[in-house]
Design a protein around this ligand. Structure first.
Ligand SMILES: Nc1ncnc2c1ncn2[C@@H]1O[C@H](COP(=O)(O)OP(=O)(O)OP(=O)(O)O)[C@@H](O)[C@H]1O
Length: 311
């Protein structure tokens, strides 16, 4: 459905997207994740035919966006908010879009109801909050009832109820066999929304994985134990193949063993302890580690200075 093949785009000395390839399949919500400046918006803009790649291709249904007939009926895109004519009402903004794409007027009312903007449909968009702008942008993306949705940071400005509503909407569309790609720089948001992840850093692909695999590969269990003999326990744990580091207050941070195994080893060696707690490293930590490593690697190569300039 969505294919990005060896895509590259530079802005002056900044390599925004660097030999990026991935495929997004229908029936899933795919999260497009990366820290600020990673190249997410640039990739989505290229997919939506805004700007030309330096090399490679960004394809929807096997074609560049510009070659699609009736694109709004096939692809709904949300880039940044505030792209409406400020003096037009929400209703007239959508009506104008519908008319220019031969979409029936009745659909305008339908999408306004879907995004919860019915009551303010007659108000000029100039007075809209960021959250209302986002809802209007999402309404525009849904107007042609497209098979593909491409949304850039759609939760920006939405209140918790709005975030929950959008999450449900995207999951429902994916469950109905549509293709949904949404970008974010927040792993925790993706953890509850996405089934699949495409992670980029400095314009390059870092991971293309199911959410389930990412979780099982990156979320290690960590056990913290406070012992009366931290040094001896540390040696015992290391001999058993675990990672053990001493933290202040006689606490050991242990990786590679479950809490039950740590407790068994301590007891077997008659080492007393008064606190034992197990936890998992969070997805957010795993994501930050991954992108920090990528940043160090590319900085080492002297690539990609972050300097946002004009259009
Ligand atoms: N029009 C532009 N002119 C110059 N540089 C640009 C332009 N657009 C993007 N860049 C640069 O390209 C890089 C990638 O930017 P992009 O906006 O695609 O990242 P992003 O992952 O969407 O980031 P964010 O989460 O902050 O929106 C950044 O270094 C950015 O400064």
């Amino acid at each position: 459905m969505i294919e990005v093949q060896h895509l590259a785009k530079c802005y002056g000395p900044t390599r925004a997207v660097d030999d990026l390839s991935f495929v997004v399949r229908p029936g899933k919500v795919t999260g497009f994740l990366g820290p600020n400046g990673a190249g997410k918006s640039t990739t989505l803009r290229l997919l939506l035919g805004l700007g030309r790649p330096d090399s490679g291709q960004a394809l929807l249904f096997g074609k560049p966006y510009r070659e699609l007939r009736d694109p709004l009926r096939h692809v709904g895109g949300l880039l940044e908010a505030k792209s409406t004519q400020r003096t037009r009402s929400a209703y007239h903004h959508l009506l104008w879009l519908a008319r220019t794409h031969r979409i029936p007027e009745a659909r305008v009312r339908e999408v306004l109801a879907m995004v919860g903007l019915e009551e303010v449909a007659g108000r000029r968009t100039g007075g809209f909050s960021l959250g209302m702008e986002q809802r209007l942008g999402i309404a525009a993306a849904l107007l042609g009832d497209p098979e593909i949705l491409l949304l850039d940071e759609p939760v920006n400005g939405l209140d918790p109820e709005g975030v929950h509503w959008l999450r449900t909407l995207l999951k429902e569309r994916a469950a109905a066999g549509r293709t949904v790609l949404l970008s974010s720089h927040l792993m925790n948001e993706m953890a509850v929304t996405a089934d699949h992840l495409v992670i980029i850093g400095r314009g390059r692909l870092l991971a293309d994985t199911s959410m389930e695999d990412f979780t099982s590969q990156h979320c290690r269990s960590v056990v913290r134990i406070r012992s009366y003999e931290p040094q001896r326990l540390c040696d015992v744990l290391r001999q058993a193949g675990a990672g053990a580091e001493e933290e202040p207050g006689g606490v050991l941070r242990v990786t590679g063993l479950e809490s039950r195994e740590v407790a068994q080893l301590a007891r077997a060696h008659h080492i007393g302890y008064d606190e034992l707690a197990g936890e998992s490293t969070s997805l957010e930590e795993a994501f930050l580690e991954m992108t920090a490593r990528a940043a160090q690697f590319t900085a080492g190569q002297g690539a990609g200075l972050d300097g946002r300039g004009g259009a």
